[in-house]
Design a protein around this ligand. Structure first.
Ligand code: UD1
Length: 439
């Protein structure tokens, strides 16, 4: 059991290099199973989700080598086609292996994926895409057995909603299918473009990534390639909000400001001064932030659902009332009751949260219940008066590499508390202090 202890009230300042994107790294690593030979993937963040992905690759028969943030995957001779239930439960994105396994082996056995409990999260669109390409799907006792009779055959796939994961699965299955696949109403997230960039380097013929129609001309085979994962736009928005709520001055390096086009204007509306360069973003904030007009989460290029919780914290300490509408997931306000414990004034009804900003939040014992909601509590702790204990941080570890070190390097006072054999250990970070004690 681990938790974060945050002593709030410190103004964040300094420069930070942002981690590689979790949501890009996971499908790209799955794609490394589909291609033949060795793929060299740089800028892979060290997260529990990426470690789970590497475990899946290894169980499927790949050889993995890690050198810092570079992962080298050799898929030669890999013939696994089944993912263990416990690994499927550990991480929802394990479902993105479906297209890659079917593309390579012509069959796949998986079970229903797990992940953060932020909504129903069905996989009907993934299965629809597989069926369109000629996959027979047999579902029984929570197990999905997928087989291809003769060969995958390119088809028109029209999504009723631009699901990120279903688009990725459709692409992975279609790149080596016979003939042409056209995906209509595909997701347009930068992570989709990153996956397609990697696959095109491997010899795939994909056009239209980043747009709502993607055309894929199937090729006979793919070879491994070298690729660097894009920067994590959600981690970037997390550190920007951290700067904003603490009245800070934070510069993020290795970012792509274009990926934050829907987020940066909201920070400006809240009164932050934003300076953008080609690969960096600097945010300076005045002490009290302004209310924001309606924040409505939408598929990319709209405001990201993954940043919603972070901005709920920001709205909690802004002047005036902000309205937040969550359109993507049914159950993504789990951080709200925890923020209330810290003195926030928020009312939720269905998918809408009305946030009346308060002058100050107060430290409390709170529980993280999902990845971004957990990060939102860390942000609340940073600007709160007193000490905040955030438990169940395994959710946060799914998506943030070394969160406490990154924040400490920006002058935050945060550390990880580890409970072992009944004792509580304070796990210091390199930038905070090197003291260590048991209590
Ligand atoms: C991905 C991201 C996640 C982000 C989300 C939306 C990864 C690893 N995760 O998740 O961080 O919050 O996109 O930007 O990239 N849906 C269906 N049927 C399906 C698939 C999805 O109804 O078959 C629904 C979901 O329940 C949800 C909505 O579509 O309400 C969006 O889901 P989707 O875009 O698929 O998100 P993920 O790929 O799971």
């Amino acid at each position: 059991m681990q938790s974060f202890v945050v002593n709030g009230g410190r103004r964040l300042s300094g420069r930070l290099s942002v981690q590689g994107s979790k949501n890009s790294a996971l499908p790209i690593l799955a794609a490394a199973f589909l291609v033949n030979g060795t793929s060299i993937i740089h800028n892979v963040p060290d997260l529990s989700d990426t470690r789970c992905t590497l475990k899946i690759l290894s169980e499927l028969g790949c050889t993995i080598r890690k050198e810092g943030s570079t992962v080298i995957v050799n898929s030669e001779g890999a013939q696994g086609f089944e993912i263990r239930e416990s690994l499927m439960r550990e991480m929802r994105s394990s479902v993105v292996f479906l297209g890659a396994i079917i593309g390579r082996c012509g069959k796949a056995v998986i079970s229903s994926p797990g992940g953060c409990e932020i909504g129903l999260r069905p996989i009907d669109l993934h299965l629809y895409a597989m069926k369109r390409l000629g996959v027979c799907v047999d579902e029984s006792f929570g197990k999905l057995s997928c087989t291809v009779q003769n060969a995958l055959v390119g088809e028109k796939i029209t999504f009723s909603f631009p699901s990120v994961g279903a688009t990725e699965n459709a692409i992975l299955a279609a790149v080596t299918a016979k003939g042409t696949t056209v995906i209509v109403n595909s997701a347009r997230e930068p992570e989709i473009s990153d996956l397609c960039d990697f696959l095109n380097k491997c010899g795939a013929k994909i056009q239209g990534a980043g747009e709502s129609i993607i055309t894929i001309e199937g090729v006979n085979s793919l070879q491994g390639a070298e690729h660097s994962v894009i920067c994590d736009r959600i981690a970037a928005s997390t550190y920007l909000v951290a700067g904003a709520v603490t009245g800070g001055d934070v510069e993020l390096l290795n970012t792509n400001p274009a990926h934050l086009n829907s987020v940066l204007p909201v920070l400006e509306e809240a009164g932050c001064d934003i300076r953008v360069r080609c690969k960096s973003i600097r945010l300076k904030a005045s002490r009290r932030l302004n209310r924001m007009d309606k924040i409505i989460t939408q598929p990319y290029p709209g405001f990201p659902t993954d940043s919603q919780a972070l901005f709920t914290t920001l709205a909690s300490v802004a002047k005036g009332t902000s309205v937040i509408v969550e359109n993507i997931f049914e159950c993504r306000f789990k951080h709200v009751p925890e923020l209330l414990r810290m003195g926030a004034k928020i009312r939720t009804e269905g998918r809408v949260a009305v946030v009346e900003g308060v002058e100050r939040l107060y430290g409390a014992d709170v529980h993280s219940q999902d990845l971004r909601g957990g990060a939102a509590l860390v942000l609340a702790g940073l600007c709160a008066e007193g000490t905040t204990n955030i438990s169940d941080i395994q959710f946060i570890d799914r998506g943030y590499a070394d969160l406490e070190n990154c924040l400490c390097s920006l002058n935050a006072d945060i550390y990880r508390k580890v409970k072992q054999d009944g004792a509580t250990k304070k796990k210091f970070t390199k930038t905070c202090s090197d003291e260590d004690y048991s209590a």
